[in-house]
Write a protein that binds this ligand. Structure first.
Ligand code: SF4
Length: 308
């Protein structure tokens, strides 16, 4: 099982000291990039460095873990026969799913105080997010083709693009809908463009691998109960490919020059690395020695720490 951490390590493998390539499906790829990490670089090159090059740990946050928990319940929901996909079932899965997460990562308990009040309020917030989901969609009328789908493609530049799609719906006529759940709100300035960019990257990967431009990209915001939709076309996805390639070139240049500029903006409020950031009076640590090149052909799973 490969985790998001492994994906970050593989992306870090593009450093100049390791600029040798590695084969994926017979193609010598020069590196790999996920939509999340591309989004990091666009948001702030220094944030990308901290996460992907330095691989600094980030303490779990209630918001991020709520995203993980809610995604898991929504993934499991579609294992049930359609008639059993009820709000009551989803609400009842919150506590056991939290226990599963705790079992895998006992340090998650440190997010909350000892008296149980904070965790109770947080579990309630998870149930509320799921209640909102049932107001936005009727899962008894849906049969997703795939959930937590791992997708990858190699671009002409030999850059491996890959990531996980929350849900893929495929209509009988072959039309594809790409669905991304967000447990936050849709109105957060500085995040909306990033969310669409990441969904376009998934659409690009699907187009390249399946030969079909997804007919719909859908962001489902469970924080404020809003569904945003966008119909991409080939021109959109070609522009996305050019942007991804430009980001990759900028990442390579940053590796070569060591110039990972901080970019101050609204996402700084959620950044775990403010104390190391020059924008906030900090000093980044020395750049690490090159990491060994892992095998990017290893299939991956798990959502990991992507902020949702
Ligand atoms: S605090 Fe802001 S500018 Fe600094 S690394 Fe984090 S996101 Fe970038």
């Amino acid at each position: 099982m490969t985790t998001t951490d492994d994906l970050q390590a593989q992306e870090a493998a593009a450093s100049p000291a390791e600029r040798h390539s590695t084969p994926v499906d017979g193609v010598e790829v020069v590196g790999s990039l996920s939509p999340s990490r591309a989004g990091d670089f666009v948001t702030c090159p220094l944030l990308y460095r901290f996460r992907t090059v330095d691989r600094l740990p980030e303490p779990p946050t209630p918001a991020a873990v709520r995203g993980t928990l809610v995604h898991k319940v929504l993934e499991d929901l579609f294992d049930l026969p359609a008639a059993e996909r009820t709000p009551e079932w989803a609400a009842a899965r919150v506590e056991p799913t939290w226990q599963q997460l705790l079992e895998a990562e006992p340090e998650l308990a440190t997010m909350f105080g000892d008296d149980g009040a904070e965790v109770a309020a947080w579990l309630l917030s998870c149930r509320r997010a799921l209640e909102v989901y049932f107001r936005l969609e009727d899962p008894t009328r849906l049969e997703p083709a795939e959930r937590e789908a791992y997708v990858e493609t190699v671009l002409d530049s030999r850059l491996l693009l890959r990531g996980f799609v929350d849900r893929l719906d495929v209509a009988p006529d072959g039309r594809i809908r790409v669905v991304d759940y967000k447990t936050g709100r849709s109105v957060r300035v500085g995040f909306e463009a990033s969310a669409w960019f990441q969904l376009r990257i998934y659409a690009l990967v699907l187009w390249r691998t399946r030969g079909v431009v997804p007919s719909m990209l859908q962001l489902v915001y469970l924080g404020n109960g809003e569904v945003l939709r966008y119909e991409p076309d080939e021109a959109d996805l070609l522009a996305t490919e050019r942007k991804v390639e430009a980001i990759w070139r900028a990442i390579q240049q940053a590796h070569e020059t060591g110039d990972w500029r901080p970019r101050r903006g609204p996402p700084c409020a959620f950044c775990a690395h403010q104390s190391l950031c020059p924008e906030f009076g900090g000093t980044p640590p020395p750049l690490p020695e090159a990491l060994p090149l892992p095998d990017p052909a290893v299939p991956a799973t798990a959502h990991g720490s992507d902020a949702r």
